[in-house]
Design a protein around this ligand. Structure first.
Ligand code: NAD
Length: 479
């Protein structure tokens, strides 16, 4: 595959330095392409292109911009299989997941926000002698920074509402998974979106991400990634009062009550624990089980985990692929070693499991650990891999206390046939989202985001439209 180039002002351009990063395939370790290691001068050029394009783009009506989003959705949909294949190759995730989740959502993100824009109406507040009407103006130039686990899914989730509300943007995708971001730029070029509305600069966090956030001509920063990086982004953006949205890490609990439907709960909790090799911010990586059902659930859970097929990501029968990088694999394995030192017992996994022919890749067996204190590091820190810890509880209060004993507050799930209890427990958990008897069941209209160290702000539906715009009130006095 050819070396990648930045996309600035409607042109694919070389970056200014001679520094490159090798993009490696997680499943095999083989070389895919070289990624530009851009620097502040590339960022300056991209921000300038976005700034120049903003007035004309911001002057279009919502429905004109909605038409552009639909054109991008159509062109992306025409390349559906290419999106899935590139995403699977770049991330190591199974092709079925890349099709059903990544390729699907990338198209529907554009379609969904096109529909929302067409329905968007000014809010009106009548007074006895005056009418207030609220308009949503573009913020200006947006910096959109995304991680490697759901590359195009998350980038399109930002690009669509950002440009939909009249902003122009500079995207900085993860340097580990640049392929579908490049594809999106080719799609945007193909549909002839006005030059400068969407720009993309490849590179790492220090060289490209940090100067983008710090750029004095950037008005808004939408960041999804790790909590430690989020702290740096917040520190850089805050002094200039940039609008800031942070979608950060998670350590989410799946809470299983004895009255659950055991079969669907086991299947749901396995999916919550291990989807995308456990590399989803929403993954339920700590499973809390009511003590009277603990033994039965544990045995069935471990059996279901061991039935998952690990292997070639391009094989439709594969359930689990490779981890993103060698260093990430080492970090995840380090947590397994830590769990042993913390007194945990491995119920399954804990080892690498390299499929034949994939010796150069980053492979790890799905791992379940019991016997750890719910306060232990492995039970409270984000591991972001195929590692789940399992803990008994004896009361609703105890389950909620355990669920809340982490610095994170992103998501969770509750499994019970008593829906009053399901709602009661959900509402007591300090997170932004909870599912009852399901997990990752997404409605794009609802608020998405976390509390505590999982982030600041909400995305989704009207929350995205609000974040990517400035609400302005006009009060007109009547005679
Ligand atoms: P990361 O924080 O290492 O990187 C995310 C992005 O930030 C990358 O594009 C990176 O190049 C860039 N970056 C790094 N340093 C930067 C800096 N100083 N300034 C600006 N940009 C910088 O995260 P990751 O390893 O790519 O992704 C995994 C993390 O993302 C996990 O913690 C996961 O929970 C989180 N995540 C959260 C959500 C959510 O919606 N809350 C969704 C997906 C992933």
């Amino acid at each position: 595959m050819d070396d990648l180039r930045n996309y600035i002002g409607g042109q694919f351009v070389a970056h200014s330095s001679s520094q490159w990063l090798d993009n490696l395939e997680p499943a095999t370790g083989s070389h895919i392409c070289r990624v530009p290691l851009s620097d502040a001068s590339d960022i300056d050029a991209a921000v300038a292109a976005a700034r120049a394009a903003q007035p004309a783009w911001g002057a279009l009506s919502h429905s004109e911009r909605a038409d552009w989003l639909d054109r991008i959705a159509d062109a992306l949909e025409a390349r559906y299989e290419e999106v899935a294949t590139l995403e699977s190759r770049d991330t190591g995730k199974p092709i079925t997941l890349a099709r059903g989740v990544d390729a699907h959502r990338s198209v529907s993100n554009f379609r969904f926000f096109a529909g929302m824009l067409r329905e968007h109406e000014h809010e009106i507040f009548e007074m006895a002698n005056a009418t207030n009407y609220v308009i949503n103006k573009p913020v200006g130039v947006g910096a959109l920074i995304t991680p490697w686990n759901l590359p195009l899914y998350l980038l399109s989730w930002k690009v669509a509402p950002a440009i939909g509300m009249g902003n122009t943007v500079v995207c900085k995708p993860s340097e580990l998974t640049p392929l579908t971001a490049d594809l999106l730029m080719r799609v945007i070029d193909e549909v002839s979106l006005p030059a400068g509305v969407v720009n993309l600069v490849h590179g790492d966090g220090a060289g490209a991400g940090a100067p983008l956030v710090a750029d004095s001509d950037v008005d808004l920063v939408s960041f999804t990634g790790g909590t430690a990086t989020g702290e740096k982004v917040a520190a850089s953006a805050a002094p200039a009062f940039k609008k800031l949205s942070l979608e950060l890490g998670g350590k989410n609990s799946s809470i299983v009550f004895a009255d659950c439907d055991m079969e669907s709960t086991v299947a749901g909790v396995v999916r919550a624990g291990f989807l995308n090799q456990g590399q989803v911010c929403l993954c339920g990586s700590r499973v809390l089980v009511e003590d009277s059902a603990y033994d039965e659930f544990r045995d069935r859970f471990v059996e279901a985990v061991e039935e998952m097929r690990i292997g070639d990501p391009s094989d439709e029968a594969t359930d689990l692929g490779a981890l993103i990088s060698e260093s990430h694999l080492a970090k995840v394995q380090g947590y397994v070693e830590l769990a042993k030192r913390e007194g945990g017992a491995l119920l399954t996994g804990g080892t690498s499991c390299v499929p034949s022919g994939f010796e150069g890749g980053n492979w790890m067996a799905p791992t379940v650990i019991e016997g750890l204190s719910p306060d232990s590091r492995c039970a409270t820190e984000e591991i972001f891999g195929p590692v789940v810890t399992i803990h008994p509880f004896s009361s609703e209060d105890e389950a909620v206390a355990i669920a809340n004993n982490t610095r994170y507050g992103l998501a969770g799930s509750v499994w019970t046939s008593d829906l009053d209890k399901g709602r009661r427990v959900s509402e007591a958990i300090d997170t932004g989202m909870v599912w009852v008897n399901t997990w990752l069941h997404r409605d794009l209209r609802v608020p998405f985001g976390g509390v505590k160290d999982s982030g600041v702000g909400r995305e989704g539906g009207k929350w995205s439209l609000g974040f990517f715009s400035e609400a302005m009130n006009v009060c007109v006095k009547h005679d």
